[in-house]
Every structure is written in C-alpha cells, then in structure tokens.
Design a protein around this ligand. Sequence first.
Ligand code: SER
Length: 321
Amino acid sequence: MLKDKQRILVTGAGGQLGQELVRTLTAVFGEDRVVASDIDGTKARYFKQCPFEPLNVFATEHMETIVQHYNIKQLYHLAAILSAHGEKHPMATWQVNLDGLLQVLEMSKKMRIDRVFWPSSIAVFGKDSSLENTPQNGMRDARTVYGIAKVAGELWCQYYWERYGLDVRCLRYPGLIGHRSLPRGGTTDYAVDIYHHAVRGEPFTCYLAPDTRLPMLYMPDAIKAALQLMKAPAERIQVRTGYNIQGMSFSPAEALRSIQRFYPEFRVVYEPDQRQKIADGWPKAMDDVMAFNDWGWEPKYDLDFMTEDILTHLMGKGVRS
Ligand code: SER
C-alpha cells in the first residue's frame, strides 16, 4: 500500500474534462499524487504521467481497494453520460449518472474521503426556469434524463453533507470548450467542433440554430474553478447543491464571427436537429455571483480571448479523441 502520501482519484478521467483535469492536478500536486481511472481501460494511453486504474464505480470492492491502496483523500467523480447521448439511452444514463454518483458517495462516506468534487450542469434548469440570467436558486426544471439526474444528484450531495458531513462540492458547469480533448454526446459539443473545422479549412454544419445562446466556459477556467472550489475552506461553501458558474455566453453565429477574425473564409451551415430542443430549454446565461462571493470565482477568458487561444493551439496540432 502507498500510505506515504495522500492522493487524489479522478473517475471518468478519459473524458473531455478528466483528461485536462488530470493534467492540471499532476502539474499542481505532483505526478505521484494523482490516480486517473476510467471504465475504459484503453484510456490508460492518455496518462503516462500518473498511475491509471481501470475502474467501474459499481465494482464497489474494487473501488475501495484502489482508495485504500493509494491512500485516496480527495475524489473527482466525473464518470457520466452527456445530455444528447443520454436522451437515446434514458435508463442507462440514469444508472450511470445517478446510481453511479450514489455508489461514489456511499463509498466516500465509508472510506472517509476528505473531499469529493462532482460536476453538476446548467441542465438542472429548463424551459420554465428563468433563462436570461439564471439565478443561483432559480427553479430547477430539468427536461432531459441527464438534467433530472443532475437535479437529484445535487440534492443527494447536499444530503450527504448535511446528514453525514461528507464534504461534497459541486459546480453547475455550462458547455466546456477545450482544444486538447473532445466531448462526446453533449448538446454544447458544437462549440468545440467548430474550431477544429475552422483550422482544417472545412465548412461546419451546426446542429443548433445561429441565434442559440448558451453559457460556456473555457477549459482552463473550468479546471481553475474546480480546484478553487476544492481548496476553499468548508465554511465558505454555502451552496451544497451546485454553484452556478460561466465564463461567457454566446451563440453559434457569434462564435463564427469570432473565428472569422482569423479565418475570414470560414463558413457555417445550420441544420438544427433534436439537440435544438434541449438547448432551447437551457439558460442563455448564468448568474454566478454566489460563486464569486463565496470562494472568489472569476473567469479569465471571454469569447474572443478563448478563440485566439484555441486557434493558436490547434494550428499545426492534432487532437486526442
Ligand atoms: N455540456 C453538457 C452537455 O451538453 C451540459 O452540461 O450535455
């Protein structure tokens, strides 16, 4: 057993957020302080810098063995199915996203994990919520299985904190945009794909209408928020469901304009599909003042700054899927 040091476990580390989070966690805390895990063992290829363990969170004993072996004290539970994919597989999504969370919470209580991070989402809101600058305590009105599992998951996190003192912390992430890893099956994925098309010199077919405004967050800010929240003293964390956060809010047409500053020839064709309905029910922007007040949340990137950064990185580089 590696009892010498306390370590951090990341589940779902092979996903869009996980790959980037592990990169930053190892850079900040050290390569021997982070353990990446994913149900898909082939994702080990992304993690040369730290130990990797294939892990299904429903294999409780295995998860407990990993926690004991590596002396895990903090856990980022990212394993989940995104919104659009979730609508194709409602029962599996509920099982992975909600039952999977419960497995992790129960194990964390039993194994005395100090802190747990769990990403919630803008998807807790829906068409009857106030969508213009959605307040922290705006009415939850989830209309996707993904969103319903986030609403229930937030309440479970709050329950584990209030009932058992398990220190779980959550952010309501908007669409996450990064240049190193790709999302799979989300409603906001277009905002990543559009940059790759621009750099490859290919026109982009967008599955959302040009004026569909959604809150977004650039990956460095998304990671910064998670680390900042996890570092904050427990007494600063007033919200035990999920904190609203965002970095910017834009539509596909605005993303296009931002990209055309660098690629004037770049074109987008709009062919809205079933994801349009999901996006239409989500907030256009999030009021994240409570995150600012409680633990100092402040994003660095707006749309144009992000566009410049992504395009600079993507030019001449491949991306991992
Ligand atoms: N980005 C997620 C999705 O599109 C929302 O949290 O499913």
